[in-house]
Design a protein around this ligand. Structure first.
Ligand SMILES: Cc1cc2nc3c(=O)[nH]c(=O)nc-3n(C[C@H](O)[C@H](O)[C@H](O)COP(=O)(O)OP(=O)(O)OC[C@H]3O[C@@H](n4cnc5c(N)ncnc54)[C@H](O)[C@@H]3O)c2cc1C
Ligand code: SF4
Length: 533
């Protein structure tokens, strides 16, 4: 665990998010005057993509401003209060949804660290078959080959301490999936995560109270500040200023989570070399539109990995409140059936959202929380959707899962239900409308196999998001070129998963960070070359 040390301000720092030069952080919630400053590069967003890009540019010797719409929630502020973190740290207080034939909750962080503040820190290198498809089917050639990305994955894994969940913090929910998979000869393993000193408190989804999870808020953001970058948090970028085909800065407005009418200040950050947009698959397309870009492909080809969970009450204690939040997985079916199995341990207040029933029935289920297990499916959906601009500047996301997607989801749910009964479940909760909300015998699982192929029947949640400003060599079918610059403005770079031509079938943070690092390194090298020329 981190040891206390003296900071420049003399404050004792226990966590990495308390150790940075005093003047390097501008908190938009407390700003009293308009701001006008100049940098080499401005990076929009401090999530997986933005924080890594900013760090790479800073290490290359450039002056960098990181601009983040949400607040910086410090490790010491993270407690057991789910509402507090969701309200302050998640977009729309975690009430955002994908529209389509069915509504699907859409979870995103809106804070320093972006979604890495509230994610499970699962690390997966981009599968070779995906990179091969991007190269051949989408014209990316060698831009993002395995060889090109390998050194970036190596560096990220060193920096963020990627390792498999230790046995002593595995916990029963995670261990039981491994046991059941083994019985059926399904390949499964303990998950690799970004963590230093995990205590297995199963709270990754509401922020790690010990600074053990290596989210961007406790890693690349403070590390960038220590190397000379500046952070402007609670500052929403309204637009990138593009003049004569060049990005010359951003205009932002200060924000406040609880005081919507707080006096807003104008933040003008000038960029000598370029602007990186890393506002995520959902926000990036509308940042580009607000900046005057007109490509018809902006907002198209959106994809996701919708997740769906199956809960069960086991005959013996599980104690989901102990163990890595997500500690076991199987990619056995990734290529054949486009789904991945994962465990997902939740504290009682989050788990309640997945329990069937209301009133006394819900109270009974909560009483049984010590024996509850929850496993989930991440579906590599083939469905494609859109991200558009809605009323009041809202991001409107549309996606309707296909019949193939639903068939695969139901196969995966049925498999998990059977595995849970084999593991001694007394009851399972499939969460499919039209089916019994509680199933008490393995015989009933056949009902899941015949569940309706209607997206409205399922309780999907989307957290893995791709496309909507995708990369390609042809400006007629892509937004961003092979040099990460938009086709319309040469030094306006997009480096988050909105540039991905497709989804992956594995968790995306590692791919996002490696690609952002690769992009920033190439842009930095070009900027140095042109300075010399
Ligand atoms: C609950 C949850 C669990 C997950 N678990 C995992 C996991 O275990 N492993 C994994 O690989 N992936 C996981 N993911 C997905 C992963 O976290 C995301 O794919 C990744 O963080 C996306 O990186 P990003 O930089 O594109 O966006 P984000 O990390 O979401 O960051 C984007 C940032 O940009 C900011 N921003 C947006 N618009 C503006 C603007 N106009 N001005 C200024 N700032 C702006 C946002 O506020 C946000 O902070 C999870 C996601 C969630 C929500
Ligand atoms: S499981 Fe708990 S201690 Fe471990 S990284 Fe997640 S929140 Fe932190």
């Amino acid at each position: 665990m981190p040891r206390d040390e003296e900071t420049e301000s003399g404050v004792k720092a226990r966590y990495a998010d308390e150790s940075y030069p005093v003047d390097s952080w501008v908190d938009g919630e407390t700003v009293t005057n308009d701001i006008d400053e100049s940098f080499d590069f401005v990076v929009v967003g401090t999530g997986a993509a933005g924080a890594v890009a900013a760090h790479t540019l800073t290490c290359a010797g450039f002056s960098v401003a990181m601009v983040e719409e949400g607040p910086w929630i410090k490790t010491r502020e993270v407690g057991e209060d789910v509402y507090g973190v969701f309200k302050r740290g998640m977009r729309d207080g975690a009430t955002q949804a994908i529209e389509g034939r069915a509504f699907m909750p859409l979870l995103q962080g809106r804070a320093v660290g972006g979604s890495t503040l509230v994610n499970s820190a699962i690390a997966w290198r981009t599968p070779a078959d995906v990179l091969h498809d991007w190269s051949k089917d989408f014209g990316l050639g060698d831009t993002l080959s395995e060889e090109a990305l390998a050194p970036h994955f190596d560096a990220l894994e060193r920096d963020l301490s990627v390792k498999s969940v230790d046995d002593d913090v595995l916990g029963e929910n995670n261990a039981s999936l491994l046991v059941e998979a083994d019985k059926r000869a399904i390949q499964a393993n303990a998950i690799k995560r970004y963590e230093k000193g995990c205590r297995g408190e199963a709270r990754c989804l509401t922020g790690c109270p010990h600074g053990a999870k290596q989210g961007m808020n406790v890693s690349y953001v403070p590390w960038s500040l220590a190397k000379g970058a500046r952070l402007f948090s609670s500052c929403r970028v309204d637009k990138v200023i593009v003049e004569n085909g060049r990005a010359i800065g951003v205009l932002a407005t200060t924000t406040h989570v609880f005081r919507a009418r707080a006096t807003r200040k104008r933040v003008h950050l000038r960029a000598r070399h370029g602007v990186f947009v890393a506002a995520s698959t959902i926000q990036t397309p509308n940042v580009l539109r607000r900046s005057g870009l007109r490509s018809r492909d902006i907002g198209e080809h959106f994809q996701a990995h919708p997740g769906i969970a199956c809960g069960g009450v086991m005959s013996s204690p599980v104690h989901m409140e102990f163990g890595a939040s997500q500690g076991a997985e199987s990619t056995h079916f990734r290529k054949t059936d486009r789904f991945k199995l994962e465990t997902i341990s939740m504290p009682p207040e989050l788990c309640a959202a997945r329990m069937p029933g209301i009133g006394t029935e819900l109270m009974d289920k909560l009483d049984r929380y010590p024996n509850v297990a929850v496993w989930a499916v991440q579906l590599r959906a083939e469905a494609k959707g859109t991200v558009r601009k809605g009323w009041g500047g809202r991001d409107v996301v549309n996606l309707t899962l296909t019949k193939n997607d639903l068939t695969r989801a139901r196969t995966a749910l049925g498999l998990m239900a059977r595995m849970m009964f084999d593991h001694g479940a007394e009851e399972i909760w499939p969460g499919v409308y039209g089916l019994p909300s509680v199933m008490t015998s393995a015989d009933q699982v056949a009902l899941i196999d015949d569940a309706p192929l209607d997206p409205r029947a399922y309780s999907f949640v989307a957290t893995h998001l791709f496309g909507a400003s995708r990369m390609g060599p042809d400006p007629r079918s892509s937004v961003v070129g092979l040099d990460f610059a938009t086709h319309e403005a040469k030094n306006l770079f997009v480096v988050d998963s909105s540039v991905f031509p497709t989804n992956l079938g594995v968790n995306p943070q590692h791919s996002i960070m490696a690609i952002a690092r690769c992009a920033a390194e190439r842009v930095a090298a070009n900027a140095k070359r042109s300075a010399v020329a």
